[in-house]
Each structure stands twice: as structure tokens, then as C-alpha cells.
Design a protein around this ligand. Sequence first.
Ligand code: TXA
Ligand code: MG
Length: 355
Amino acid sequence: SDHDMNQARLDEIERRLNEAGEVLAAGGTVAFPTETVYGLGADARNSKAVEAIFAAKGRPSDNPLIVHIASTHQLEGLVTGINDTAARLMEAFWPGPLTIVLPVMEGAVSPGVTAGLDTVAVRMPDHEVALQLIAAAGCPLAAPSANRSGRPSPTLADHVREDLGGRIDGIVDGGATGVGVESTVVLAGDDGIVTVLRPGGVTVEELAPFAKGGVQRDPALRSGAGVPGPAAAPRSPGMKYTHYAPKGELRVVAGSAPQVADRIQAELDAAKARGEITGVLAFDEHLPFYRADCVLSLGSLARLETAAHRLYAALRRFDDSGVTVMLAEACPEDGLGAAVMNRLLKAAGHRIIFV
Ligand code: TXA
Ligand code: MG
């Protein structure tokens, strides 16, 4: 019967999760789905396991990792203090795509996890598979995105296999992730100010009601306002690296819609004439106007959730299609648009054309 089939499937999933949990408990590395992107997990307390994450990804060792927990009980013995603002954020957004930077308890995690900082970034993912895996492992999991360093974050298990196949001890396939961009990383000040170190799945607008002192963006994040690159040393060390870079050259075009479309098509035509393989990343409202070798949609401008969900897979598609010159439409930086533009500009090495 259907019921028996379902039960058999659930039993099989449970068996695999327990198996993966044992691998993690023994110091192995396992990739798993979260609501944002796939993570590459390892026991956060085990230095050998944490080193294996850095080795598999080819990640610079000065870039700290996010620790994933399945229950707030796991904060005991991990952090030394949770102020009112941090507590309110946990209450409101956990489980969910919000990472909170907290004072780390000495010796609680392997030094590689914090990269020498006196803080640790913690989040509780909103994904049944991730939560069950953490529980099965019986330890907090350090987990960066499960891509090779410099590649777009994986939103499918296949992306993980492409990047890390043969370099890690397991992959739990949970299908496509939901949000598609990483979690928002914040500092919760004792003064009630919430500082966004990395825009992500939880928007500034959503954070505002829980920040008595207001929400501010880390000054190092200024990007949309015509500033070519990070201005100050970012407090989220990962933000200083060129991430998500496709193999070809990507440029973002911002401005009013008709001018943007005209400029993008002119750039595509010029590139084509030089013998390049061209790609365009655009919103549905303007898609019919473009002629390029590879035209990819970020969905409707009215639903930037779709753009977030599709962005990384689109960048990988360009690579797979051998595209050498790509143009992308900018989007408004409201809501999830802030995270989309942040990732798009990083992928473009901050090459942006204003028209
Ligand atoms: O959605 C996500 O957050 C995904 C999934 C797998 O959970 N993980 C993720 O991890 O994006 P990763 O390693 O790719 O990015 C972690 C970010 C980096 O920008 C890093 O610098 C920052 O978090 N970070 C980690 N620890 C920090 C700390 N103590 N203080 C400030 N930033 C920190
Ligand atoms: Mg990453």
C-alpha cells in the first residue's frame, strides 16, 4: 500500500541519516542540505575533522566557519553570553537562515572553526534533514557551503558531487535547497543594534522589528552605491574573498530598464563580434529582448525569492555552457534583492556599469 511504501522510504532516509551521523561522529566530512545551500559538515570540536573541511574545499584558513545546531541547548558549552537582542533574534528566526556571531567559550570548538577570533558564528538551519543529521551526529557541526572555494555555493547535491566528489566522506541528497543564497550573518550588539555582516536569507526589513537600536549594514558591505569594492576591512572575514566567480567574465548593468536592456544587448553584440560565447542573466520582464548564446532567467522582478533560488545554479550553467562573456541585470536592493545583488557583484568582481 501507499502507506507501506512511504514507511519504507522514511525508514531508508532514517537509516542513511544515522549512517551519515556515525561518519560525522567518527570525525568524517559529510555534505548535507539546508534551507539555504548545501553545507559540508564536520564535528566542530574535532580539529582533524575541521581541517578536512578546509582541505576538501581549498578554503583559506583565516575564514571562520558557521557552527550548526539542532537545539538551543547546544549553545550551553559553546558560547559565553547571549544578550537580549541575540535572544530575540533566535526566538524570531531560528530555525532559519540567520547566523548570529556570539562570544565563544574557550576550548568549545576547534581553533580552525573561529580562525582565531573570540567569537563563533552559530545558526539553526530550517531543514528537517539538517536538523536530524545534527541530532544523529550528536555534536555541533561546523559547515561552510559545500563548494570548492571560489565556486558558486551548491543548491543541488549534484553541484556538491561536481566540486567535492571523491574529496569528502559522504553526501546526503535532500533535493534542491529552498532559499538559494546563504544565511544572513549578524552581530547583535549589547546596545540593541543589529549589524549585518553578510546579507542573506533573512532580510534587513525582517530584522528591523527585533533590533531596538536599529539595523545597520557593516560599512565594508557598501557596494550598490557605486563603490567599486569593499571599503573597510570586513568583520565577516569571508566577505573579502572573491566568491562565486564563474569562469567567464561577468559584468552587472544597473540603471533604468530600457537603457539597461540596450546597453546589455550592445555589450553582447560586441562580444559576439569578437568571437566570444555570450550569456545574459535577466528578469522575465525583459527576457524577450535579449539575443545571446545562453539566456537565463532569474524569474520575475516582482519575486526576488526566485532570483535568490536560481542565481548559483545559473552561474554554474554558464560555466557548463562554455560562456566566456556574461551580462547580468541588477535588481533593487530591497528584501532578498540585497543578498542577490551582493552575490552578483561578488561574482562579477564588482564590475558594474551604470547607465
Ligand atoms: O547558509 C549558510 O550560512 C551556509 C549553510 C551551509 O549553512 N553556510 C555558509 O558558510 O555560507 P560559509 O562558510 O560559506 O560562510 C560563513 C560566513 C563567512 O563569510 C565567514 O567569514 C562568516 O560566516 N563568519 C564565520 N564565523 C564568523 C565570526 N566569528 N565572525 C564573523 N563572521 C564569521
Ligand atoms: Mg561559502
